[in-house]
Design a protein around this ligand. Structure first.
Ligand code: HEM
Length: 141
């Protein structure tokens, strides 16, 4: 029973984390296309608040609740799908930190990348989400 409550909260935290992982790079697209100071300031504030206020706490909650599930049910660690999932989670945490570094770069006015770059960058979490959900639900290996 406790396990199912933790799993429900794990899924809620992941939904919140992904809201940011999908939207922040979209803000980078618009930010990279803007050339007036007022727009740049507005995007900077939106990016900082989304990263610090939503994505950071949601990531920490997703990871903590996921680890709690493993503590309650350690035998998942013997399965291949869990190893694959955890590898993708490490990549996703890396992606999250690249987003954070980019927020700081924009804030310093040092962005060198084009809006096209961010459009592609934005697709990374889509692929990770697709793969992780298939792994945890289908448990193919
Ligand atoms: C440290 C990171 C994480 C750990 C240790 C972890 C661990 C777990 C465990 C043990 C389960 C329960 C599996 C089951 O009962 O069948 C679970 C469920 C789930 N996890 Fe994670 N998780 C982590 C991060 C993530 C991330 C980043 C995502 C999304 C990209 C994710 C998506 C899911 C989903 C959708 C379920 C529900 C599966 C179901 O309905 O049975 N997890 N996680």
């Amino acid at each position: 029973m406790l396990y199912l409550w933790i799993k429900a909260l794990h899924i809620v935290a992941i939904v919140c984390w992904f809201a940011g992982l999908f939207y922040l790079p979209r803000l980078f697209v618009y930010h990279a296309m803007s050339d007036d100071e007022a727009s740049k300031q507005r995007f900077q504030t939106m990016e900082r608040k989304l990263y610090r206020g939503i994505m950071m706490p949601a990531m920490l909650a997703s990871l903590a609740l996921g680890i709690w599930l493993l503590v309650l049910s350690p035998s998942w660690l013997q399965q291949g799908w869990m190893h694959a999932k955890l590898t993708l989670v490490v990549l996703l945490v890396g992606y999250h930190h690249m987003c954070g570094a980019q927020v700081k770069r924009f804030a310093r006015g040092e962005n060198k990348r084009s809006h096209t770059f961010y459009r592609w960058f934005n697709e990374v979490p889509v692929v990770v989400l697709l793969l992780v959900v298939i792994l945890v639900v289908v448990k193919p290996f």
